[in-house]
Design a binder for this molecule. Structure first.
Ligand SMILES: [Zn+2]
Length: 531
């Protein structure tokens, strides 16, 4: 049975009789890598690779680092004067903008390499530069030269791009200036490729050199549209996901598929167009200054949660994500619900929905990095993110556990459960401070200046008296409602009043639980001068 989109991909892939599946992602390391880029290039391939493994199939998972691409612009914030001399050079040959890295490419790749395995993502990182140099593309290059007429036809038929008759679809790396974007391949004699460095580009000028080289071992680069198919051919790729923009009619997916079949004689991989992340009102993008990196994510949420997000949504669906609204909390709740499902504790809203239950269990399974959790014999204690957001502002880990015990939420905790609580406290604290300061709570030390009427005062004194008794959360909540009505105050209004007294706000966490969490003594102290 296939319950998730990735299991459906596996069903499709199974039909291909191959010894090994090869799953790819790729990226040009010259800018910001955010969780929106990570979706098609890291997470979707990882989820598919894991699903293939779960189905007992052999998988190779590669991440192609496009460090043979050239530096075509200097991103904002980097020294234009220093780096403009490297425009047009392969990213691998441009020095790192920051000390401690071998190259421009290595520096930008560190955004991925430093954190990928924390998310349980462990592809083979393959440098395109090295692959070209080692001759991995030589066979593809030979075929391209043999079939350049056919390539020209496909470009015209599918992409509507007309190339001159003598066009050779390769970019020679100029032996003098080291650039490939500025050269034109002139002729091919079966052994040598003649070229001129004569194409001025917007970002770099040609040097005028003329020469001839053997088109092997990194002396030439394949233009993008053909390169994509050449990579499928050279690596035997069976699955790849890419940004939706590649999938427009006549775009690189259409030409790629045609090149795969008609030039390289292979069946193209199954390709999934993956949508972007909508952040509030805007698309998440490096240039909009709103991106969330994978490293950022580690500050405010569990890694499993991001895996869960991407395993849940069909790749073709835009994900509306917002750290500043309820959307994020809802995600944490969905994750916790899936966990309950996995351990057989089914929420009311899911009863009788066997399909959804099976799906959530499977997505939960795919989200796990440390699989040992899957063999626990019962549901571990769940400390909800919203509770963590509240507790983290008032208590440290030890105190939190103490209060949870006092309130009867937990009894004995395993080390694993304690660790989870501690982690959520840390994450939620960061989230409140950095993304949701409006949720910050400051408890009053004493009664704030308020103009209380007789009814209100009476009701508050009534509540104070009730606090002498032992209460369970639900009962106390009900009692507060009743108290308000007994004193002829709208319950909502009374709740607002309590929040004003406790935290100078008109709303807050569920009142009874909040009072019990603060401890009766503390609340009594604040109410103290009611007189
Ligand atoms: Zn040149």
């Amino acid at each position: 049975m296939s319950y998730t989109w990735s299991d459906k991909v596996v069903e499709e892939l199974k039909k291909r009789n191959v010894k090994k599946h090869v799953v790819h992602g790729m990226w040009t390391p010259s800018g910001f890598f955010h969780i929106g880029n990570a979706r098609p290039e890291l997470f979707i391939p990882t989820i598919v690779a894991n699903s293939l493994k779960d189905a007992g199939l052999k998988v190779e998972h590669n991440f192609i680092v496009d460090d043979f691409d050239d530096l075509d612009k200097i991103p904002k914030g980097f020294d234009k004067n220093k780096f403009s001399q490297y425009l047009g050079k392969p990213l691998r040959e441009v020095p790192s903008p920051v000390q401690g890295f071998d190259s421009w490419a290595a520096y930008f790749m560190s955004q991925i390499k430093d954190v990928a395995d924390k998310f349980g993502i462990k592809p083979n990182f393959m440098s395109a530069y090295d692959s070209y140099q080692s001759g991995r593309y030589d066979e593809a290059i030979k075929i391209i030269l043999e079939k350049s007429d056919k390539i020209r036809e496909i470009m015209k038929k599918i992409a509507g791009v007309e190339k001159p008759k003598e066009w050779l679809p390769l970019m020679v790396v100029c032996e003098k200036c080291g650039r490939s974007a500025t050269t034109t391949a002139i002729s091919w004699d079966g052994e040598y490729l003649s070229y001129k460095c004569n194409r001025d580009r917007e970002y770099v000028k040609s040097c005028g050199y003329e020469g001839r080289i053997k088109p092997v071992s990194g002396h030439v680069k394949i233009p993008w549209r053909i390169y994509w198919a050449a990579t499928w051919f050279s690596f035997g790729v069976t699955f790849e996901s890419g940004g939706k923009d590649h999938f427009t009619p006549g775009g690189s997916v259409d030409t790629g598929r045609a090149f795969a079949r008609e030039i390289f004689g292979i069946e193209p991989p199954i390709l999934y167009g993956t949508e972007f992340i909508q952040l509030g009102k805007e698309k998440m993008s490096g240039s909009k200054g709103n991106p969330i990196s994978m490293k950022d994510w580690l500050n405010f949420a569990e890694q499993e949660l991001l895996r869960f997000l991407y395993a849940s949504y069909q790749p073709g669906k835009v994900i509306n994500f917002d750290l500043k609204s309820n959307k994020f909390l809802l995600l944490t709740e969905r994750y916790d619900m899936a966990e309950r499902c996995y351990f057989g504790v089914i929420d009311k809203c899911l009863r009788h929905d066997e399909k959804r239950i099976a799906q959530l269990k499977r997505i939960y399974e795919l989200s796990q990095i440390d699989k040992s959790i899957l063999s626990l014999d019962k549901l571990p204690y769940q400390f909800s993110y919203s509770m963590a957001a509240l507790y983290s502002q008032l208590y440290n880990e030890e105190q939190t556990i103490e209060v949870l015990k006092k309130l009867g939420h937990v009894n004995v905790l395993t080390d694993f459960e304690k660790k989870r609580i501690s982690k959520r406290l840390r994450l939620a604290k960061y989230w409140v401070e950095h993304y949701n300061p409006s949720m910050t709570i400051k408890i009053n030390e004493s009664l704030p200046q308020l103009d209380l009427d007789k009814k209100e005062k009476g009701c508050l004194l009534g509540l104070l008296k009730e606090l002498d008794k032992e209460w369970a959360e639900e009962e106390l909540q009900q009692r507060i409602y009743d108290l308000a009505r007994e004193h002829e105050i709208e319950p909502k209004q009374f709740f607002q009043l309590c929040y004003r007294i406790l935290i100078n706000k008109t709303s807050g966490p569920k009142l009874a639980g909040f009072i019990l969490m603060l401890g009766k003594e503390r609340v009594k102290k604040i109410f103290g001068n009611l007189g």
